[in-house]
Write a protein that binds this ligand. Structure first.
Ligand SMILES: Nc1nc2c(ncn2[C@@H]2O[C@H](COP(=O)(O)OP(=O)(O)OP(=O)(O)O)[C@@H](O)[C@H]2O)c(=O)[nH]1
Ligand SMILES: [Mg+2]
Length: 328
């Protein structure tokens, strides 16, 4: 037991010991963890308590399975052009990336096991907003079952590894854990094809690739890993390669931007509609409004293939950044 715990710790600990219901215990245990100062001497204590907390939550969830209960923080409504879950071992830099690139403000700390609830934030890729979820560390011992429920719903997984640590083990162990939970990275689909599996695009991010002095770490990682796994070195801290990362995410999500135009007016190029690649005029009309879908008489397109206001059919397949005018 570290000796430098603050008095609040002991006060909350007393209450925790006296708690009567599992809900009360969970709440007080969360409070207890928040009273512990973060430094090397408390890493073990915090990890132990988190483990206990996650077991208690798991138990209480199993009891509540009949239906009722509070809404899980792992059920996150999708927003924007896609939902991307950022996962990885403790301390690799997940929260740093989310704090730097989105409107969310998760806690960052040099000590492991800082994040213990998922936090979504919106990240701009050009004029498209994409949702990125910061998540608690992947750790076999206390990952919550709902973590995998969240991942199944996501459109893409970013698996962050720490190039300054054992990045290969981090990557292999995490992928193993995903597959055990029937979440298969898309590039491994042929190897693990089974009914009930969820196949999802995955990009490995080798973080802490701050400057040239860290290049060697990435070269070593690349030599050890296979050629199939999509991978990109980045630095959440110095933002090295962040634009490349954004482009990779955009391409992987399989989305495109379509601008809507009213007859006789200019389109608003700052506010695209985001739609899946391969979408037709009809799909776009449906996304705008059911009334458009039911009633539009003609459509004109500017943009792709030098189109300059040509009339197109309902089945016309749109391209990224097309401008569309629907006439009712
Ligand atoms: N050098 C370097 N340090 C980084 C980088 N990204 C994050 N860090 C540092 O790594 C430590 C951990 O960062 P966090 O963002 O809290 O890591 P995390 O993955 O969210 O950790 P958990 O919440 O414990 O899972 C902090 O000290 C960060 O400043 C990076 O790109 N380069
Ligand atoms: Mg974190």
């Amino acid at each position: 037991m570290p000796t430098n715990l603050p008095p609040e710790y002991f006060a909350v600990e007393e209450k925790y010991k006296a708690a009567q219901t599992p809900e009360e215990q969970i709440e007080l245990l969360e409070e207890l963890i928040s009273t512990i100062p973060k430094h090397k001497g408390t890493d073990h204590l915090r990890a132990d308590l988190r483990r206990r907390l996650s077991r208690m939550k798991e138990k209480s969830q199993a009891q509540k399975k009949s239906g009722k209960g509070s809404v899980s923080p792992y059920i996150i409504d999708k927003e924007g052009g896609g939902q991307v879950a950022l996962i990885g071992y403790a301390n690799v830099g997940k929260s740093t990336l989310v704090a730097e690139l989105t409107n969310a403000d998760p806690e960052v700390s040099p000590h492991p096991y800082t994040t213990w609830q998922p936090t979504p934030g919106m990240m701009a890729i050009g004029n498209v907003q994409v949702q990125v979820i910061d998540t608690p560390p992947v750790d076999r011992e206390f990952v919550e079952p709902e973590f995998f429920v969240m991942l199944r719903r996501a459109d893409m997984i970013l698996l962050m590894v720490d190039l300054e640590a054992d990045a290969l083990t981090q990557m292999e162990e995490t992928i193993k854990l995903l597959i055990e939970n029937r979440i298969v990275p898309l590039h491994l689909k042929d190897k693990y094809e089974l009914p009930g599996n969820r196949y999802i695009p995955l990009l490995v991010l080798g973080n802490k690739y701050d400057d040239e002095s860290t290049d060697e770490n990435y070269h070593i990682f690349c030599e050890l890993m296979d050629d199939e796994t999509p991978c990109l070195p980045i630095s959440a801290l110095t933002k090295r390669n962040i634009d490349v990362m954004k482009q990779r995410i955009y391409d992987t999500l399989g989305i495109m931007r379509i601008y809507s135009k009213s007859p006789g007016k200019e389109p608003d190029l700052t506010a695209p509609f985001v739609i899946h690649k391969g979408a037709t005029i009809e799909d776009f009309a449906l996304q705008l409004h059911r009334d458009f879908y039911d009633n539009f008489k003609s459509a004109r397109v500017w943009g792709s293939s030098d189109f300059d206001g040509q009339m197109v059919s309902r089945e016309y397949v749109l391209h990224d950044e097309d401008v569309v005018e629907l006439k009712i």
